[in-house]
Design a binder for this molecule. Structure first.
Ligand code: ZN
Length: 494
């Protein structure tokens, strides 16, 4: 199967057959989160997209080294060269050490990804753990003549680079487009040209995250970490680089520029980008009031949601759209997904429990099943088309249900029956990563806590404060904290 995997390459804007650099091995780098806020759908989509790529490639027999970074320094506001470091800003507001902020949100990211059943990457490097590698790369780019120092900052000289390498190949933005898109005023800038970008920034005295370098104290430009860490763990050229579409420019364009300028070779063979998430047809944004973080989905505590949705429902919903399509969330669509997910898991259970007794073989049914199984592979091989794969699995679900009702599994050959069991189980659990065990127990505990809260409310209404306090205190001892607010009672589990 693995000879036929086709990937849409954002660089060539074409579907291409996956040809690994080293046979049977795949190196994949994916841009991870900047850890300064609660994990939300914008984190979940790339994590799930590349979890599917990771899982399917492994299922097909590849050995995959999957590297996904944690950005804990260098990412400035507005993704620009000027402005405050996102993590340092949060640390200042919350009066915490920047590393406390990074640690806290790294943990909550891990917890959420775990609930979504995303496998951990093989290596998860942090920007602050690779300052030396980034400084070395800046030095090499300078000695190759593609960067210059100005007042303690180092800038990549894009005009000079463009004479030797074509600039803008990934984003399709040439230098003129980039120039017209920049808001910087020439006279105020240290840069030779507004298209140049910082690969090392001088730190002001107040800047709390800074490191010594040959150019004085400073910090790396945001794009540097991915170039330095991907090279360190995957080599100068590797197979797949992934991330959200919003990273194509400037981040990924800058990565290509830096790596070419440093190593004089193309860093990545296949660029993959997942599309955006919208809510009720609108872009997600804090100012629009439709910003829902993952915990709010899991608990249902958001005015846009009519109830809680299990992590598996969210995962299943995401997989029902192709990763290159825009994904629109709404309560109605999520409810439909929840039903579909349960139906799929029910059929899997039925199939696992069947006692197979061979009867006369219905060859038409037999070959129909074999064809559908092969179609599952065909769809996954076609740029990881999960919606088509799921649609095909549902065709198998209706056959499973019909055979179960008519007690007619014996009408297919034993060999096909085992193939069917293996494929349904393997695709649902290992390839798509759908597993309802956790979500069921989570759903049940959520329902139990809700039940306790309604008993407590009733006790309060009856002025039975002894009972209502007892419930609150005992839940508290179990690590369930209750908060009474204007909008009713909420709880959090620690
Ligand atoms: Zn990156």
């Amino acid at each position: 199967m693995k000879e036929n995997i086709i990937i849409y390459n954002s660089l060539s804007r074409k579907k291409e057959v996956l040809k690994p650099i080293v046979e049977n091995y795949i190196g994949m780098y994916v841009c991870g989160p900047t850890v300064y806020g609660d994990p939300h759908l914008g984190h979940a989509r790339p994590a799930i997209t590349f979890d599917i790529v990771f899982r399917y490639l492994k299922w097909c027999g590849f050995k995959v080294r999957y590297v996904r970074n944690i950005t804990d320094a260098g990412h400035l506001e507005n993704d620009a060269d000027e402005g405050e470091d996102k993590i340092a800003k949060k640390a200042r507001i919350e009066e915490l050490e920047p590393m406390e902020v990074a640690q806290y949100y790294t943990q909550s990211y891990h917890q959420a990804m775990n609930l979504l059943n995303c496998l951990p990457p093989s290596i998860e490097p942090r920007a602050t753990g690779h300052i030396i590698e980034q400084i070395e790369m800046v030095q090499k780019i300078m000695s190759n003549g593609f960067a210059y120092e100005k007042n303690g900052s180092v800038y990549l000289d894009v005009n000079k680079y463009n004479k030797q390498f074509p600039y803008g190949t990934l984003s399709g933005r040439n230098l003129e487009d980039t120039l017209s898109g920049t808001r910087e005023l020439d006279s105020q800038s240290e840069k030779k040209s507004p298209v140049d970008f910082a690969i090392w920034k001088k730190a002001s005295k107040e800047h709390i995250m800074q490191w010594p370098s040959p150019w004085g104290n400073g910090f790396p430009g945001w794009h540097m970490e991915c170039s330095a860490m991907s090279e360190k763990y995957l080599g100068k050229t590797f197979d797949i680089h992934g991330g959200g579409m919003d990273l194509v420019f400037p981040h990924h364009e800058a990565e290509i520029t830096q790596s070419n300028a440093c190593n004089n070779c193309n860093p990545v063979n296949y660029w993959m980008h997942n599309n955006m998430v919208t809510i009720d047809g609108k872009k997600m944004g804090k100012s629009l009031g439709n910003f829902i973080n993952l915990e709010e989905f899991f608990t249902g505590k958001h005015e846009k949601l009519d109830k809680a949705y299990s992590p598996m429902t969210i995962r299943f919903f995401m997989l029902q759209a192709h990763y290159r399509s825009v994904l629109d969330f709404s309560s109605a669509a999520l409810s439909a997904s929840e039903k579909g997910f349960n139906k799929l898991m029910e059929a899997k259970k039925v199939l696992s429990n069947v006692k197979f007794v061979q009867k006369n073989i219905n060859t038409e049914l037999d070959s129909q099943i074999v064809n559908l199984i092969e179609a599952c592979y065909k769809h996954m091989n076609d740029d990881f088309n999960t919606p088509q794969t799921i649609a095909t699995l549902f065709e198998l679900v209706s056959i499973v249900n019909t055979c179960n009702n008519a007690n007619s599994f014996g009408e297919i050959s034993k060999e096909t029956f085992i193939y069917l069991q293996k494929t349904m189980n393997g695709f649902i659990l290992d390839v798509l990563g759908l597993d309802n065990l956790d979500s069921q127990s989570n759903d049940k505990s959520a329902q139990l806590v809700e039940l306790m809260l309604s008993i407590r409310n009733e006790a309060k209404n009856n002025k039975n404060y002894a009972l209502s306090d007892q419930i609150r205190n005992q839940l508290n001892e179990m690590g369930i904290t209750i908060k009474d607010g204007k909008e009713g009672t909420t709880y959090s589990i620690t």
